[in-house]
Design a protein around this ligand. Structure first.
Ligand code: FAD
Ligand code: SF4
Length: 565
C-alpha cells in the first residue's frame, strides 16, 4: 500500500507548532503533527497543589533520577518532584558545548513544550525593535514593521488572553488586554521608589486570565504556574491550541517521534520528514506537501543542519550559509536583591502569585536618543517578591538551626529580587553547528553551541546593578547583594536568530513569511527566524508570526503554489 501523504507535517507541538496545527486544521488541511516526547496529561502530570511536606524529597526530586541518562543536567524551576513520575523533559538527547561555551539547553519534550510551564510575559515588539538598525546603525532591520504586525499581535492577544494596561510607552506598543493582575503591596512600594529614580514600573503584559476568556476559567491565583496550570487559566498549547486542532478531526498527532531530518525529492524540495520512534528506535518516514518546522529555535536549526542531501550538502535551505548562525539570547541574572524593612512584622498576605510577571520595568534606556547610554538598545527588569509558597530567599540569609528558621519567618513578607532581561546582538562567533564527533543515543549527530556574552549586554548588566543600588535606596529597602555574574547562556529560553528571515536569499534562510528561500514548501514557526532578541520575550510574537505565516501558506494553497495531498 502506498504511504499516506498529508497536506502538512508540523514538527513540534509547542507555542509555534500547536498554533500552526490549529490554523491549518481549522482551514481543512490534513495535518500530521510529530512530537518528540509523550502526551501531557494535566490530571497526572501537573501536581502543583501538593504541599512540599507531602513530597518525599521536599520538591527537589530524587537525586538519583537522572542515573543512566545521556544528558544528566537537571532543569531549574519547571522540572521538579512535582512532575517527576512523568518523562516530560529531554534527558536522552545530549548536546555539545564548544570549548569556552557553557550553554544550558533546557528542553520539554512533552506535547505543548515549554509553554506548559512558561512565565507568560507577553509584550509586543515595536518599530524600536524592528527598525533598531536604522536608529543606531548596528545590525539589520527586520523585514517587517509594526504597522504590518500590529493586527497579528492583536489576533494573538485576543486568542491567548493577555492581562495588562494601556501605557503609551514608545518602547512598548499597547495591545488588547484583559484587566491587569492586581498588584501586591511590594509593587506599590517599588513603583514609588522607581518613580524617584526615573524608572517606569508598570503592569507587565501577562498571558494569564484575570477573567474568564474564550471558555477558559479565570485564574484562582494558586501561584503554581511553573508546574503547569491544572485548570488552563493561562495560555498553553495543552489547554488552548492542541484541543482546538483536535476538535477539527483533521489532526493526526504522533508522540515519541524524534524528527531527525527533512526528506527531499530530486529537486531538493521537501517531501516529508524522517523520525526515530523512541519506543522501537526504528526510523519512520512520513510524507506531506508542506513541512512546518517548529521544534523550538535551535532544534529547528539542528534538524535542518542534519538534513543533508546532494542538493543541500550543508543542510536543507542553506545556500546562504546562514543556517545556525546569529544565535542570540537574553542575558539573565539578578542585579540586586534584598528586603523592605517597612514590611517587617506585617502579616503574610495571600498574594501567592510570585510565579507571575505581575509588573516589570519596561525598557527605559535609549528610548528617545538611541545613543544616550554607553550601550545600544536596552533591557527590561522583572521584580519578584511577595508571600510565595516557598521562602526562596533562604539562601540569602546567614545562620543555621532555630535562629535561621526564625529569621526566615521574620523576613517572610519582605524580600524582593530582580531579574534583568538584556538582549544580545548577533555576532559571527555565536552560532550552532553539528558536532562532527558525537551522535546521540538514537544515532543522530548532536548539536553544538558556540556562545559568549558580548560587551554590549555586559555593559547593560553593569548598568542594571547601579540602578538597583539607587532603587533600593529610593524605596527605603536594604540591598543584600547581587549576582556575581550573569546566569549561564540559555537560561532565559528566549534564544533567536539561527534561521533568520529577510529579503535577500543570499543572506537569510527564510523570506519575510518564514518560508525557506531555497525550499518554498518548507516553513518555520518558531523564534529561530527572529534576527535578534529585543528587551521583550518571544512567545506571544511566536504565536503572532505563526498566525501570519499560516495565513500566507493557506493563500499559497489557494493559489496552487502548494497542492493538496
Ligand atoms: C520556566 C519558563 C519561563 C518562561 N517564561 C517566558 C515568558 O515569560 N515569556 C515568554 O515569552 N516566554 C517564556 N518562556 C519561553 C517559552 O516557553 C518559549 O518561548 C516557547 O515555549 C517556545 O515555543 P516553541 O513552540 O518554539 O518551543 P517549545 O515550547 O519548546 O516546543 C517545541 C516542541 O517541539 C518538540 N520537539 C523538539 N524537538 C523535536 C524533534 N526533533 N522532533 C519532534 N518534535 C520535537 C517538543 O517536544 C515540543 O513539543 C519560558 C519558558 C520556561 C520553561
Ligand atoms: S496561578 Fe492561576 S494560572 Fe497559575 S497555575 Fe494557579 S490558576 Fe493556573
Amino acid at each position: 500500500m502506498a504511504p499516506r501523504a498529508f497536506d502538512a507535517i508540523v514538527v513540534g507541538t509547542g507555542a509555534g507548532g500547536s498554533t500552526a496545527m490549529k490554523i491549518l486544521c481549522e482551514a481543512g488541511l490534513r495535518v500530521c503533527a510529530l512530537n518528540s516526547g509523550q502526551r501531557i496529561d494535566p490530571t497526572k502530570d501537573y501536581r502543583g497543589h501538593r504541599q512540599v511536606y507531602d513530597l518525599k524529597f521536599r520538591g527537589y526530586g530524587n537525586p538519583l533520577r537522572l542515573q543512566g541518562k545521556a544528558h544528566q543536567e537537571p532543569y531549574s524551576v519547571e522540572e521538579s518532584e512535582y512532575s517527576e513520575a512523568s518523562d516530560l523533559f529531554e534527558h536522552d538527547v545530549a548536546y555539545s558545548n564548544a570549548p569556552g561555551t557553557d550553554w544550558y539547553w533546557k528542553r520539554c519534550k512533552a506535547t505543548g513544550g515549554k509553554a506548559n510551564f512558561w512565565g507568560r510575559s507577553s509584550a509586543r515588539f515595536g518599530d524600536i525593535d524592528f527598525k533598531a538598525a536604522d536608529l543606531d546603525g548596528v545590525g539589520e532591520n527586520w523585514p517587517v514593521d509594526y504597522a504590518e504586525m500590529a493586527p497579528w499581535f492583536s489576533k494573538a492577544e485576543r486568542y491567548m488572553g493577555v492581562a495588562s494596561t494601556v501605557q503609551n510607552r514608545p518602547s512598548n506598543p499597547d495591545g488588547e488586554y484583559l484587566p491587569p493582575i492586581p498588584w501586591r503591596c511590594i509593587d506599590y512600594i517599588i513603583q514609588k521608589g522607581a518613580e524617584k529614580i526615573g524608572v517606569p514600573y508598570l503592569p507587565d503584559r501577562c498571558a494569564q486570565l484575570t477573567v474568564t476568556h474564550n471558555g477558559h476559567p479565570a485564574c484562582h491565583y494558586c501561584g503554581n504556574c511553573s508546574r503547569g496550570c491544572d485548570v488552563g487559566s493561562f495560555f498553553s498549547p495543552t489547554w488552548f491550541t492542541i484541543p482546538d486542532a483536535e476538535a477539527t478531526k483533521h489532526l493526526t498527532l504522533v508522540t515519541n517521534a524524534l524528527v531527525r531530518s527533512v526528506l527531499v525529492d530530486q529537486d531538493g524540495m521537501a517531501t516529508g520528514v524522517a523520525y526515530v520512534d523512541r519506543a522501537t528506535r526504528r526510523e519512520v518516514e512520513v510524507y506531506a506537501r508542506v513541512v512546518v518546522l517548529a521544534a523550538s529555535c535551535v532544534e529547528t536549526a539542528h534538524i535542518m543542519l542534519n538534513s543533508t542531501s546532494r542538493h543541500w550538502p550543508t543542510g536543507i535551505a542553506n545556500s546562504s550559509g546562514q543556517l545556525g548562525r546569529n544565535l542570540c539570547e537574553h542575558l539573565y541574572g539578578s542585579p540586586g536583591y534584598g528586603y523592605l524593612p517597612q514590611l517587617l512584622g506585617q502579616p503574610a498576605t495571600p498574594d501567592n502569585i510570585a510565579d507571575s510577571t505581575v509588573a516589570w520595568m519596561p525598557r527605559w534606556q535609549n528610548v528617545t536618543n538611541p545613543r544616550e547610554e554607553k550601550f545600544i538598545r536596552g533591557y527590561s527588569v522583572y521584580m519578584g517578591g511577595g508571600c510565595g509558597e516557598f521562602p526562596g530567599y533562604y539562601s540569602q540569609l546567614e545562620g543555621f538551626g532555630s535562629t535561621f528558621k526564625r529569621d526566615i519567618t521574620r523576613y517572610y513578607p519582605t524580600p524582593i529580587g530582580s531579574l534583568i532581561q538584556a538582549p544580545t546582538l548577533p555576532s559571527p562567533t555565536n552560532y550552532v553547528d553539528i558536532d562532527p564527533e558525537t551522535k546521540d543515543i538514537f544515532g543522530i549527530p548532536q548539536l553544538r553551541f558556540h556562545f559568549q556574552w558580548g560587551q554590549n549586554e555586559l555593559l547593560m548588566w553593569e548598568h542594571s546593578k547601579r540602578v538597583m543600588v539607587d532603587l533600593f535606596k529610593a524605596m527605603g529597602g536594604e540591598l543584600w547583594g547581587m549576582d556575581d555574574e550573569p546566569n549561564r547562556p540559555g537560561t532565559s529560553l528566549h534564544e533567536t536568530g539561527v534561521c533568520r528571515f529577510g529579503h535577500d536569499p543570499k543572506r537569510y534562510v527564510t523570506n519575510k513569511w518564514a518560508q525557506a528561500h531555497d525550499v518554498p514548501n518548507l516553513y518555520i514557526c518558531d523564534a529561530s527566524i527572529f534576527p535578534n532578541c529585543t528587551d521583550k520575550t518571544t512567545t506571544m510574537p511566536i504565536v503572532a508570526f505563526t498566525m501570519r505565516t499560516c495565513d500566507r501558506m493557506l493563500e499559497n494553497f489557494k493559489q496552487g503554489v502548494h497542492k493538496r495531498a
